[in-house]
Design a protein around this ligand. Structure first.
Ligand SMILES: Nc1ncnc2c1ncn2[C@@H]1O[C@H](COP(=O)(O)OP(=O)(O)O)[C@@H](O)[C@H]1O
Ligand SMILES: [Mg+2]
Length: 376
C-alpha cells in the first residue's frame, strides 16, 4: 500500500523511482564497490534501498544506523547493532555461520551470533573478510548497506578502526562485497568519506551516486490519487491541489497525509493537522541546529520567504541578530546548512528544500538582538 508509513520493501509499494531503482540494480550488476544513495530526510532513501536489496537477488546485510544515533555511537552499541543485523542475515544462511565460528571474537549463543567488542575481540576487517570469503565461495556478491551513514563519522572505535579505512580496505581487497551508503546529511557524508580529500583513506575511490529529488508537481498529484485508489476513493481536486501546494514533492509528508486522510477524510483540516504534526517533527530537528549555532535559524528564517542571495541573507541576518557578522560567518553557516541537507543553492540563490522546514521556521518569532531567545 502506498500510504503505509513504514519504509517500503516491495516494488509494488514503491511509487515512481523507476529510473533510480534501475540505476541501483545496474550498479549492483556492474559490481560497483561503493554506491551512495542521497537525498533529504523523508525523500524515500530507505524505501529505495530496501526495494533495491529485495530486487537485486543478492544476499545483503542492512544496518540501520539511526539506532546508534539514538543509543549513542559507542563501540558496544555498534557491535550490538552489527550482531542483530547479522542475525537477520544468518537466519537464512547456515553455511556462513560455519565460517564465522572460526573468527576471533565471534560466538553463538541461544539468541544468535554475538560479537565481542573488547580490545581482544572481533576485528571488523576480519568480519568483512569472512563475508567476502563466503560470497566468493557462493559465487555471489554480498551487499552491505549502511543507512544514514554520516552517523558513522561519530564512531571512534579505538585505534585505527575508522570506517573510512574499513571501507577503503573493502574497496581495495574484497572483491565480492558492495557497500551501499545512504545519507540525508549529504555534505557531512562527503566530508566524512573524503573521496576527493588526499588525506582520506578513501581518496580517489569511485562511488556510483544516486540522488533522490522531490517529486514534481504532477508526480505528487499522481501519487496521492493512486494511493487513494487503493482504498477505492477519489479525492476532490481542491484537496489534491492544496495538499501538493503545502507539502510539495516530499513523499514522506504526502504518505503521511494520505494515511491520515483515509481515517479522517478529505478536508482542509486534515492537511492543516498534518502540517502541525510534521512541523513538530521538524521542530525537534531544527532545535538540534539551534544548539550548534544561533545563526542557523536566523539564516533559515532569512530564506524562508523564498530564494535569497548571499547579500540579502547577510543583511537580514545582521538586522535580526543586531550585530555585524563577518562574511566568513555567513558563508560558513550557509555551507553547513547545505551540508546538513536543509537548503540548496541554485544559480547563486539559496532556498529551503522541505516546505515544512519553511513553514516551521516562519512561524517562529524572535526578539531583536536576542536571536537565541526565540519566542514560540
Ligand atoms: N517511492 C515511494 N513510494 C511510496 N512511498 C514512499 C516512497 N518513498 C518513500 N515513501 C514513504 O515515505 C516515507 C519516508 O520514506 P523513507 O524511505 O523512510 O525516506 P528516507 O529514508 O529518505 O527518510 C515512508 O513513509 C515511506 O513509506
Ligand atoms: Mg531513511
Amino acid at each position: 500500500m502506498l500510504f503505509d508509513l513504514k519504509p517500503k520493501e516491495r516494488k509494488r509499494d514503491l511509487f515512481g523511482r523507476e529510473q533510480e531503482l534501475q540505476s541501483f540494480l545496474d550498479a549492483i550488476q556492474k559490481q560497483v564497490s561503493l554506491i551512495l544513495l542521497l537525498g533529504v530526510r523523508r525523500i524515500g532513501k530507505t524505501s529505495l534501498l530496501k526495494v533495491g536489496l529485495e530486487e537485486c537477488n543478492a544476499p545483503h546485510i542492512y544496518f540501520d544506523l539511526r539506532i546508534l544515533e539514538a543509543e549513542g555511537v559507542s563501540k558496544p552499541s555498534l557491535y550490538r547493532l552489527f550482531s542483530s543485523s547479522f542475525n537477520v542475515f544468518l537466519s537464512r544462511r547456515a553455511k556462513i555461520s560455519d565460517l564465522l565460528k572460526k573468527v576471533k571474537g565471534v560466538s553463538f549463543a541461544g539468541h544468535g551470533i554475538e560479537f565481542d567488542w573488547s580490545r581482544e575481540g572481533l576485528k571488523l576487517t576480519e568480519l568483512f573478510q569472512t563475508v567476502d570469503q563466503w560470497a566468493g565461495k557462493e559465487e555471489s556478491r554480498v551487499i552491505m548497506a549502511f543507512d544514514e551513514a554520516q552517523i558513522l563519522r561519530l564512531y571512534k572505535g579505538g585505534g585505527k578502526s575508522d570506517f573510512r579505512s574499513l571501507f577503503a580496505y573493502c574497496y581495495d581487497n574484497l572483491h565480492s562485497i558492495t557497500i551501499v551508503l545512504t545519507g540525508s546529511e549529504v555534505g557531512l557524508l562527503f566530508e566524512f568519506l573524503g573521496l576527493d580529500e588526499s588525506k582520506s583513506p578513501l581518496y580517489g575511490r569511485y562511488a556510483e551516486t544516486i540522488t533522490l529529488k522531490p517529486f514534481d508537481n504532477q508526480t505528487s498529484r499522481k501519487f496521492l490519487i493512486e494511493g487513494f485508489k487503493e482504498y477505492g476513493v477519489k479525492p476532490p481536486e481542491e484537496f489534491v491541489d492544496k495538499a501538493v501546494e503545502k507539502l510539495d514533492g516530499i513523499v514522506g509528508w504526502l504518505t503521511y497525509l494520505g494515511n491520515k486522510s483515509i481515517k479522517e477524510g478529505f478536508s482542509s483540516a486534515t492537511i492543516d493537522a498534518v502540517m502541525e504534526e510534521a512541523s513538530r517533527i521538524v521542530e525537534t530537528e531544527i532545535r538540534k541546529l539551534e544548539v550548534l549555532s544561533k545563526y542557523y535559524l536566523l539564516t533559515l528564517r532569512a530564506i524562508a520567504n523564498g530564494s535569497a542571495s548571499w547579500t540579502e541573507i547577510k543583511r537580514t541576518v545582521e538586522a535580526w541578530a543586531g550585530i555585524p557578522l563577518t562574511n566568513a560567518q555567513i558563508t560558513r553557516t550557509l555551507e553547513k546548512l547545505i551540508e546538513m541537507g536543509f537548503i540548496e543553492k541554485k544559480e547563486n540563490l539559496y532556498a529551503i528544500i522541505d516546505p515544512l522546514v519553511k513553514f516551521t521556521v516562519k512561524r517562529r518569532r524572535y526578539r531583536r538582538g536576542f536571536p537565541e531567545k526565540w519566542v514560540q
